[in-house]
Write a protein that binds this ligand. Structure first.
Ligand code: NDP
Length: 444
C-alpha cells in the first residue's frame, strides 16, 4: 500500500464515524499524492502525514447554562488545536446543533492549509458547540457564551489560539465571548477576531469572506480569459458569507438570482436586493419568507433548489455538502462557467470531480474563502500595534491576499503537471509551507 493510502486508512480507523473529517483528509491526500510519492521515504520516516492528520490537541468540555424559564441546559463545547507549525492556532467557532467532534476536526484540518495560503503566520484550529442559537433570547445567548468562555479561556490567548466566528457566531456572540474573557483574565488583548469596531475590531472584517470570494473569482476568471462583468450568479446561504458575496458580486456587475436559508430559497429575477436581505437576516433574524413579502417580484420555495437556476457562476455559501453530484450535473447542463466555494467543503467529492472534469473553473473553499481568516490576521496585527487601519487599507490588503492566492494555486497546479486543477494547486501550495515548517521544527 502506498504511504498516502496507508495514512488514509489509519485516519478512518482512528477516527470512526467522522465522515466529514475523512472526506476532507481524502481530498487533501489525493491532491498531494504526487509530491508525497516523490518524498515517500523521508515523509514516512518522519511520520509527516500521521502528524499532520493528528490534531495537536482536542478539547471537549461541558457548557451548562440557564434558559429564560430557569431550566438548566447542557451543551458540549469543542476546540481542536490542529497545527501550530506556522503560527498560533486560528479558526472560527461554530454554534449549530449538527456540531460534533468530526465536524470540528474537518474544519480545523481545512483551516491549516487555508491559513497557510493566506501567506500570514497563522496555524489551524476550529471550535464550537452543538448549541442552537435559533429562537434564543439575547440573554440566553449571553448566558451560553459566558459559560462557554469560562472553560475555553484556559486554552486560548492572543499568541496561543485566536478564535473567530462561523455559522451561528457573529458580532453579538463575539461581543459576549470577549466580555467574559476579559472579565476572567483581566486582559484586554486580541484573543478573538470579528470584534466590534468600538473594542478592537477591524474595518472590513464583516465583509471579508464574501468580498474575498469575489476578488478571488474575479482574478480566477481573468487568468482564464473571462470577464466577470455582465455574468449571472446563483448563491446559497443568507448569512455573513452569502450577504457580502452578493454585495460585492453586484458591485462587480454580476446579477445574483438566488439566496437560501435552512428552510427555503429565494429566486429574484431583478437581482437579490442586499439592503432587504440584510434587514431580514441581520436585523430581524427572520426567515426568507419575509424577503418575499418585501420584494413581491421574487419567488420563495420551500426546501433546497438554488442549483436548478441557470447562471454563469455558482457560489455555495451555506454549509458542508450542500452541492451534490446531481446538483453538479444540473449546473453543467445549464452551462455554468465557474463554481467558487464560499462555505467550507460545500461540494461533495463526486460533485467536485464532475465539475472539474466537465471544464468548469472550480475554486476550492480553502483558497476561495480564505479572505475571512486573512482579514482576521490583519485584525490581529492591528491589535498588536494598537492601531486601526482604514476600510480602504484593509480592503486593499484583502484584495491583494486573494489575488496572490489565485496566482500561487495556479502555479502550484502547473508545477504538479495539473494545470487548471485549483483543488490540487490549493492543497499542494498550502501543504508545502506547513511541511517545511514542521520539518524545520523537529519531531514535535
Ligand atoms: P451564518 O451563520 O452567518 O450563515 C449561514 C447560512 O447558511 C444561513 O443562511 C443558514 O440558514 C444557512 N445554513 C446553515 N446551516 C445550514 C444547513 N445545515 N442547511 C441549509 N442551510 C444552512 O454563517 P457564515 O455565513 O459565517 O458561514 C457560512 C459558511 O461559510 C460555513 O461553511 C462557514 O464555515 C464558511 N466560512 C465562514 C467564514 C466567516 O468569516 N464567517 C470564513 C470562511 C468560511 P439560516 O439563516 O436559516 O440559519
Amino acid at each position: 500500500m502506498s504511504y498516502v493510502d496507508e495514512v488514509y486508512a489509519r485516519v478512518v480507523a482512528k477516527n470512526p464515524a467522522e465522515p466529514e473529517f475523512h472526506q476532507a483528509v481524502k481530498e487533501f491526500l489525493e491532491s498531494i499524492r504526487p509530491i508525497v510519492d516523490k518524498h515517500e521515504e523521508e515523509y514516512r520516516k518522519n511520520a509527516l502525514l500521521e502528524r499532520l492528520t493528528e490534531p495537536e490537541r482536542q478539547i471537549r468540555f461541558r457548557v451548562p447554562w440557564v434558559d429564560d424559564k430557569g431550566q438548566v441546559q447542557v451543551n458540549t463545547g469543542y476546540r481542536v488545536q490542529f497545527n501550530s507549525a506556522i503560527g498560533p492556532y486560528k479558526g472560527g467557532l461554530r454554534f449549530h446543533p449538527s456540531v460534533y467532534m468530526g465536524i470540528i476536526k474537518f474544519l480545523g484540518f481545512e483551516q491549516i492549509f487555508k491559513n497557510s495560503l493566506t501567506g500570514l503566520p497563522i496555524g489551524g484550529g476550529k471550535g464550537g458547540s452543538d448549541f442552537d442559537p435559533k429562537g434564543k433570547s439575547d440573554r440566553e445567548i449571553m448566558a451560553f457564551c459566558q459559560s462557554f468562555m469560562t472553560e475555553l479561556y484556559k486554552h486560548i490567548g492572543a499568541d496561543v489560539d485566536v478564535p473567530a466566528g462561523d455559522i451561528g457566531v457573529g458580532g453579538r456572540e463575539i461581543g459576549f465571548l470577549y466580555g467574559q474573557y476579559k472579565r476572567i483574565t483581566g486582559k484586554y488583548e486580541g484573543v478573538l477576531t470579528g470584534k466590534g469596531l468600538s473594542y478592537g475590531g477591524s474595518l472590513a472584517r464583516t465583509e471579508a469572506t464574501g468580498y474575498g470570494l469575489l476578488y478571488f473569482t474575479d482574478e480566477l476568471l481573468k487568468i482564464n480569459g473571462k470577464d466577470i462583468k455582465g455574468m449571472t450568479a446563483v448563491v446559497s446561504g443568507a448569512g455573513n458569507v452569502a450577504i457580502y458575496a452578493i454585495q460585492k458580486a453586484e458591485e462587480l456587475g454580476v446579477k445574483v438570482l438566488t439566496c437560501s436559508d435552512s428552510t427555503g430559497w429565494i429566486y429574484d429575477p431583478d437581482g437579490i436586493d442586499v439592503p432587504t436581505l440584510k434587514e431580514v437576516k441581520e436585523v430581524n433574524r427572520a426567515r426568507l419568507t419575509q424577503y418575499k413579502e418585501k420584494r413581491p417580484n421574487s419567488v420563495y420555495h420551500e426546501g433546497r433548489g438554488v442549483w436548478t437556476v441557470k447562471a454563469d457562476l455558482a457560489f455555495p455559501c451555506a454549509t458542508q455538502n450542500e452541492l451534490n453530484l446531481d446538483d453538479a450535473k444540473t449546473l453543467v447542463a445549464n452551462g455554468v462557467v465557474a463554481v467558487c466555494e464560499g462555505a467550507n467543503m460545500p461540494s461533495t467529492l463526486d460533485a467536485t470531480e464532475y465539475l472539474k472534469s466537465n471544464g468548469v473553473i472550480f475554486g476550492p473553499a480553502k483558497a476561495a474563502n480564505a479572505g475571512g481568516v486573512g482579514t482576521s490576521a490583519l485584525e490581529m496585527s492591528q491589535n498588536s500595534e494598537r492601531l486601526s487601519w482604514t476600510f480602504e487599507e484593509v480592503d486593499a490588503k484583502l484584495k491583494q491576499i486573494m489575488i496572490n492566492i489565485v496566482h500561487n494555486i495556479d502555479e502550484a497546479a502547473k508545477e504538479a503537471g495539473k494545470p487548471g486543477d485549483y483543488v490540487a494547486g490549493a492543497n499542494i501550495a498550502g501543504f508545502l509551507k506547513v511541511a517545511d515548517a514542521m520539518n524545520a521544527q523537529g519531531i514535535v
